[in-house]
Structures are given as C-alpha cells and as structure tokens.
Design a protein around this ligand. Structure first.
Ligand code: SF4
Ligand code: SF4
Length: 366
C-alpha cells in the first residue's frame, strides 16, 4: 500500500511557488464569481485548503472542441490554476501529454485509485445508432466509455449543449442517434452546463463549487441556478428599449445603430437562461447582444431546431422550452414583458397585417 499522502490543494499551490496569500486570492475571486456570502467564502477556502486534489476524468465525444477552447479562456479562476493546483486532471485527450495505450492505461489507473470519488467531465453528445460506431476512441465506443467511467464517478458534469441536451449532433435528422449524458446515465448526479459553448467561468466556477460544497442548486434542466437562474432578457442592457417597443428591424438600420432591442431580428433572450448578460465573455469584455447580434438560445434544449435564428419568437415555429420547465416567475416576467412591448409597439405604428397570423412559439419536442 502506498503510504505517501496526496498533497492538499493549498500544498499544491505552495509547491508551485505560490503562498497561502495567492491561494486565498484564488478562493476570494472564485467566491466572488459564485456570489457567496463572506462566511461561505471562508468555508470554501477552509475546505479547499485541506482536501487533496480530486481526480478529474474529462471525456470528449461528438463535439467540436469549442467547450474546451472556451475553458482555456477562463480568467478567474484560470484553467492553469484549476488543473495545476486545484484538481488532478488525469485524462483529457486534448490537453494531456500522454497518447495511445499509455494515456488509456493512465486513465484506468486513475479511475481505479479514485473509484467512487472522481469527477467525470463530459463534453459532446453520445451516438447510440449502430451500436455507437460513429464515435470510437481507442477501440471503445463513446457509449461504452461513458457507462464505464460513469460507474465510478461521484458526479458527472456535462459541459456544453451537446453533452447536456444533445446539441447540434442531436438536431434533425440526428443521423448518429446522438443522446445527452443525462439520457444515458441515470444513477449518478449530473450537472448540466449548457451553452455552445458555456461561459468559461461557469465551468471553472461550477467545478470549484462542487469540490467545496457538492452539487449546487439546479434548475429543471439540471443547470446551476447561480449561473442559469435568470434569462438573458431579464438582465439585458437593451431591455429598456424592448419595454418601450423600440426594435431594430435590420442589422444596419437606425434602430440597430441606436442599440435598440433585437427581438424582431430573432433574439431568443426572453426564453434563454444563461449568464451572458452579466458575466459576459473574454474576462467580462462583451457578449453577443452587445456586439449587435441577438441571442441564439444556445443554452436551451433543441436550440438548433428551434425554427430560425432570425425569426422573432412570436413567429418561431420551433421547439422552445415548455412553460412549465421555466421558472414560473421568469415566465410571467417574460410574457408580461412581451405584452408590454407589443402594446408599446402598437402605439408606435400600426401592426402589420401579417402579425395577426403569426404562430405562437411551439413546444419543444421531447
Ligand atoms: S429581446 Fe434580446 S435584445 Fe431585446 S431586451 Fe431581450 S434579450 Fe435584449
Ligand atoms: S447570448 Fe445567447 S446564443 Fe449567445 S452565448 Fe449567450 S446564451 Fe448563447
């Protein structure tokens, strides 16, 4: 039996030449990202300081590597501080130095040593058609690799809309029979971090929260409420224009130049739950709506089949979330907001005759 004790997270910081002060700064910044009260922040620092670095296995299946690309752009905590000092990333086929049989053996070894305790991260959907032949790594299907790794995991974090809901591979006609992690793993806690890709700090923040306190409060889609609890629309800086019924009609009209609401250009912000409007991207620099493009709804199920990125929600034919899975208050707010905007718009100009024949947003397919 190996008597050598694994270094704690604080000791890992110290071994890397960073003192307790740096560790506490890391904890404070993460606590601020998670909006933890002071007592909870201190508790997080205490727990992380004394725990050994947990084993993390990161598997990638049908995906574009965009989620991992996003993770590499996390500013606080940074990916480096996470993987070098906070966790023991034992397998990730893009970031690891090992390859081939050595990499597979290292993964098996890490899983065996931490059986029942490691965190499994998955990005990408899992093809089920033809016995999973559409995604085979090292001779094993994604389906087989997921069920084997899930067996010994303390929890599974599904990163990105493909892993959380099937994503683009799941879009009609779904030729590979793509499924999400939660479709296939029923006996382990699953945390979904949807988004195409997810915001990097949502990934690093959720991992750190899980290590400190376990599974956070989740919404009906198993997403952490702390990051997915409000819609883009609830926090959008263009909301005053929406409420006044001032809408851009094309991407280069006067309304667009004035920063008016992008609802009529297809913005799905009213039914999309994500932190983009507050956390933003690239260290808080901007987010798509601030760059002049409506939200595509990338963190919601079936966003790719949702009935047109450039159709307003009132005309979209697609599969936007059923009302009962959205927060009731948020739904009321959203519906009331749309009502307000429609009334304001009708004051501003006559509603086009076509409006009366527009369809209501459809229910998403199961
Ligand atoms: S519809 Fe889109 S652009 Fe308009 S306020 Fe809502 S989120 Fe912002
Ligand atoms: S603004 Fe909408 S489409 Fe863009 S990243 Fe955020 S949730 Fe996805």
């Amino acid at each position: 039996m190996n008597s050598e004790r694994e270094p704690t997270i604080l000791e890992s910081f110290q071994q890397a030449g960073m003192g307790r002060r740096t560790f506490l700064k890391f904890c404070a910044a993460t606590a601020s990202l998670l909006v933890l009260p002071a007592a909870r922040a201190a508790e997080m620092a205490e727990r992380l300081a004394n725990m050994p670095r947990p084993t993390v296995i990161y598997l990638s299946f049908q995906e574009c590597t965009g989620c991992l690309e996003s993770l590499t752009r996390s500013f606080q905590p940074t990916l480096e501080s996470l993987i070098f000092n906070t966790i023991s990333l034992s397998y990730n086929d893009t970031l690891q130095a090992a390859a081939g049989e050595a990499a597979e053996a290292a993964r098996e070894d890490a899983m065996r040593k931490a059986w029942g305790k490691y965190v499994l991260i998955v990005d990408g959907s899992i093809p089920r058609a033809e016995d999973g032949v559409y995604c085979v790594i090292a001779g094993k299907s994604a389906l087989g690799s997921l069920s084997h790794a899930a067996e010994g995991a303390a929890a599974i974090i599904a990163i990105g809309t493909c892993a959380a809901f099937g994503g683009i591979p799941y879009a009609a006609p779904n030729p590979t029979g793509a499924a999400s992690v939660q479709d296939l793993v029923g006996n382990r806690p699953v945390i979904n971090l949807s988004g195409c890709p997810p915001i990097p700090e949502v990934i690093t923040g959720t991992i750190t929260y899980f290590l400190s306190f376990g599974v956070p409060d989740l919404d009906a889609y198993k997403r952490p409420v702390m990051f997915y609890g409000t819609s883009i629309h609830d926090r959008c800086y263009r909301r005053p224009f929406y409420d006044k019924g001032l809408f851009a009609k094309s991407f280069d009209d006067e309304g667009a130049r004035n920063g008016w609401c992008l609802y009529e250009l297809g913005c799905k912000g009213p039914v999309t739950y994500n932190g983009c409007a507050t956390m933003k991207w690239n260290d808080g620099t901007s987010f798509p709506i601030e760059s002049g493009h409506g939200c595509l709804g990338c963190s919601e199920p079936n966003f790719w089949d949702g009935g047109g990125f450039y159709q307003p929600l009132s005309a979209a034919t697609g599969h936007w979330p059923k009302a009962e899975v959205l927060g009731a208050a948020a739904v009321l707010g959203s519906v009331a907001g749309i009502g307000t905007a429609v009334v304001a718009r009708s004051r501003q100009r006559k509603l086009e005759a076509a409006d009366s024949s527009k369809q209501q947003p459809g229910e998403r397919s199961s």
